[in-house]
Design a protein around this ligand. Structure first.
Ligand code: SAM
Length: 395
């Protein structure tokens, strides 16, 4: 059995599962029960800025209904292909150093209700790529929906649920340093410093964001003026990552019911931003053809050399800075990265306020074919056995 890479959110020691895997604890006896849906809540109450941070239950239900119609499947398919190509490359490059079969650790940050994460997990499994998938989101409602999706798919396949779903913040990811081979992040704000801490030194980060034309037809109906999005993932990812590939997924599809239009609206920041009269004008539509424009950026983590005692920080030296273009015109992800000194910086372990204006405009539409997820009452706050520290207790 592979050792857990989960960390205790209280003391940052390793978390190990008990025999039944129903709870996990660290050497300091901080203990976390698994909810009956299978997820783990590792978000400490005092680290939350609101009672229910992240996407609301209403948004989660709308997103799940929309995504389950596979309106965005081409985005998911492209992401899956990129991830399996990376794994194949890693298998080649690591063959000399890794003799034992080590599963690939894959993390979806801001996984939402798990549509993309689960499809990625299924795709890797179909290709018999040994891996462990982690889905992480600050919204408990989203993680419940994702865990339920995973559990019901496992049940259908008569297998135990082998993925791990975490309520946690992307700012303070409760995973061991440099334990993740590939991290993904779709339509969610980027927090590169935090990602760099958990991604392996030869690991990858893939983000999916909306392009300029994304849902342009819908936006034209909602706003008097269309402002040009200024979000630039490359700039956002900063110095710790280098861009190695960029792909665009672009197509048109038709929202074929009022319900589908409403679900799309509800799952995007447009819902907050749009004035009531504009929303009303949408209410009379039975169909709307829209453009999907998703931008996928693939980054490789840059290696940071440890600063040795006595070494002056300024002496950090560039070894090879530039990524080399490959024959296909994309950048060579296997080129050596820049080696530089670790900057002295600290991540403030708290949730950023989720103001809609700060979120990159997200996309998509589609229809609720399936019954909305039933959000169950939490059962992850069970009494902690005596003698153990209860991280949920009010201080
Ligand atoms: C636009 S949704 C995208 C969900 C999913 N990736 C998808 O594309 O379907 C953004 C997600 O980020 C989550 N989120 C926001 N702030 C977060 C944080 N600090 N840490 C982890 N997740 C966060 C929200 O709860 C929400 O589920």
């Amino acid at each position: 059995m592979t050792a857990s890479i989960l960390l205790c959110p209280v003391c940052k020691e390793s978390l190990q599962a008990n025999e039944s895997n129903k709870s996990l604890s660290c050497v300091n006896n901080h203990s976390f029960d698994r909810a009956r849906q299978g997820y783990l809540n590792l978000l400490l109450a005092h680290k939350k800025k609101s009672k229910n941070p992240g996407d609301s239950q209403e948004m989660v239900i709308a997103r799940q209904a929309f995504l389950n119609s596979d309106f965005y499947q081409p985005i998911s398919d492209s992401l899956n292909k990129i991830v399996s190509d990376i794994v194949l490359k890693l298998q080649e490059t690591r063959v000399e150093t890794h003799t034992e079969e080590s599963p690939y650790q894959v993390l979806d940050i801001g996984c939402g209700e798990g549509y993309y994460s689960q499809r990625l997990h299924n795709n890797l499994s179909e290709q018999q790529i040994e891996h462990k998938l982690f889905g992480l989101d600050i919204s408990k409602d989203a993680v419940i929906a994702a865990a339920k999706r995973a559990k019901s798919e496992a049940l259908l396949a008569s297998k135990p649920m082998d993925s791990e779903w975490l309520v946690a913040s992307a700012i303070d990811i409760p995973l061991q340093a440099h334990s993740i081979d590939i991290a993904t992040c779709l339509f969610t704000r980027l927090m590169p410093e935090s990602y760099h801490k958990v991604i392996k030194q030869d690991g990858f980060f893939i983000c999916v964001n909306t392009g300029e034309k994304h849902l342009i037809e819908l936006r034209e109906k909602l706003y008097e003026e269309i402002t040009k999005a200024e979000f630039d993932p490359v700039k956002n990812m900063g110095e710790d990552f280098e861009l190695v590939d960029h792909q665009q997924v672009s197509y048109q599809n038709t929202l074929s019911s009022q319900q589908q239009i409403q679900d799309l609206l509800l799952m995007t920041p447009h819902n907050w931003r749009t004035k009531a009269d504009k929303k009303e004008s949408l209410a009379s539509l039975e169909a709307l053809t829209v453009t999907i424009d998703a931008q996928i950026h693939v980054f490789k983590a840059k290696v940071k050399a440890p600063v040795e005692v006595g070494e002056i920080e300024e002496s950090a030296e560039e070894v090879i800075t530039e990524a080399k273009p490959t024959t296909s015109g994309t950048i060579n992800p296997w080129a050596k990265s820049t080696v530089e000194a670790e900057p002295v910086s600290e991540i403030v372990p708290e949730m950023p306020a989720q103001t809609p204006a700060e979120l990159p405009v997200e996309a998509a539409i589609e229809m609720p074919v399936e019954a909305p997820v039933e959000i169950e009452e939490k059962d992850d706050t069970k009494e902690i056995p005596s003698g153990k520290v209860n991280p949920w207790a009010k201080s």
